[in-house]
Design a protein. Structure first.
Length: 440
């Protein structure tokens, strides 16, 4: 149960925030003014002794829960052996084992290889490098509402200007942006099948008229938007995209940094959407909080760059690899899948009920337990309501629940509880959300 000993934020958190303002650059944002002392499962204990329920999972990272003992033990065991040699200098087995596991887990009946890096943005950058090296072409097509990271190529692919791109131009060239099939805000219809068809026609027009099909190296898409608002791409759209890329020898890249590693109820979202990419980017949940990311894909594409063409000093750190293997083992046991399915039912039923109860809720959506609600000022105009989101998130953490926003218009509340959360704890958190929505 949530246990609050002080107001949120408490005095120790307030004092640390003052130190942070003096010592840390302004740039890093804070969804809450809380400082952690300890975290376990779905709970965070702050420096003031308050026990808070976490519906953020460190932005979808600790899908298997905070500090699971299996991950902690595996990491400690590796720390006792060695911390770093650099895979590029003296290699080690668990890097290979992680790649073997990822190759086996990625859907698709073709030979696969993997490459390990540190962050989602770094993996995205390398996926683009691999696609360009393999095809000999330059143009990259991305989508509206996308988020792919903060390094320069990843930022160029990211759609939202503030805060991610504002003031950082110029961006990388040969990056083109197509519309994303966003049924709730599609101008002509909200039916996913029709949205998929119309959106795909706009995509084809962009490619043929502004780029030239023969010049496209890769198309990169999040099968379920993360920062963009937890919007699943319709299966039909992804299927049409897959067919187009195959016909035109274009590398199709799925960015599953946020929607991967169980967040949608399967290890990768593309398993449910039944459309398989050439390259799959994963990070966040892969190592339960240790920095690790991966590009996994068709062997002949992955081998496009020459030896030494991709790599890095820290990529595939042995401690992070040990943690990843422990995470994968937890998924292989099957209990997390069962719990994710139960979460999906509760989250879907609850968020859909809010559509009926609260006019401020314009849409409720997601894939599996990866759910979100979009808040509007008026259901007819669908004018975004970011102000209400701020009020709700603040009211929630003051009651001991950590929430996060999302969306191009900052008007989405996303639900990212650890996938090990109990039904009672999930219900307690959703009751708080319902209470603060009713007062917003």
């Amino acid at each position: 149960m949530i246990e609050l000993k002080t107001k949120i934020p408490g005095p120790k958190s307030l004092a640390l925030m003052e130190r942070r303002k003096k010592a840390v650059a302004r740039g890093p944002f804070h969804a809450t003014p809380i400082f952690a002392e300890k975290a376990l499962g779905a709970w965070i204990i702050d420096v003031d002794g308050n026990k808070l329920l976490d519906f953020s999972s460190g932005i979808g990272v600790v899908n298997v829960g905070h500090s699971p003992k299996e991950v902690v033990e595996a990491s400690k065991k590796q720390l006792d052996k060695f911390i770093h040699t650099s895979f590029n200098v003296v290699a080690y087995e668990n890097y290979i084992t992680v790649c073997e596991k990822l190759n086996s887990a990625m859907p698709g009946a073709f030979q696969k290889k993997s490459f390990l890096a540190n962050s989602g943005a770094e993996a995205v950058e390398n996926a683009i490098k691999i696609a360009r090296a393999t095809t000999g072409k330059q143009a990259i097509v991305c989508f509206q509402h996308a988020y792919h990271g903060r390094t320069y190529m990843a930022m160029s692919l990211t759609a939202k200007a503030k805060p991610y791109k504002h003031g950082f131009a110029p961006f990388n060239c040969e990056v083109y942006r197509a519309p994303f099939p966003y049924p709730y805000r599609w101008p002509t219809t909200s039916q996913p099948e029709k949205v998929a068809e119309e959106c795909f026609q706009e995509f084809k027009t962009l490619v043929s008229s502004e780029i030239g099909t023969s010049q496209v190296a890769a198309v990169i898409i999040e099968p379920v938007l993360g920062e963009g608002g937890f919007i699943p791409a319709p299966k039909k759209f992804l299927s049409l995209l897959r067919e187009f890329c195959s016909e035109n020898k274009i590398v199709l890249i799925f960015d599953e940094v946020q929607c991967g590693f169980g967040r949608t109820g399967t290890l990768f979202a593309c398993e449910q959407l039944e459309v398989y990419p050439d390259l799959l980017v994963s990070a966040k949940g892969i190592a339960a909080g240790l920095p690790l990311s991966a590009v996994t894909g068709k062997a002949e594409i992955m081998d496009g760059p020459p030896e030494g063409g991709i790599g890095g000093t820290y990529g595939g750190n042995p401690v992070a690899c040990a943690a990843a293997l422990a995470v994968i083992e937890q998924w292989e046991k099957g209990e997390l899948y069962k719990n994710a399915k139960a979460m999906e039912r509760i989250l879907t039923e609850t968020t859909q009920s809010w559509l009926k109860k609260f006019p401020i809720v314009g849409d409720a959506r997601g894939l599996g337990p990866m759910r979100a609600i979009e808040l509007v000022k008026d259901r007819e105009t669908k004018e975004p309501n970011p102000e209400a989101v701020k009020i709700i998130i603040k009211a929630a953490y003051e009651k001991g629940l950590i929430l996060m926003s999302a969306g191009t218009f900052s008007n989405v509340i996303r639900f990212l509880p650890p996938l090990c959360i109990t039904e009672n704890d999930l219900t307690q958190g959703l009751e708080i959300v319902q209470e603060v929505i009713s007062k917003a």
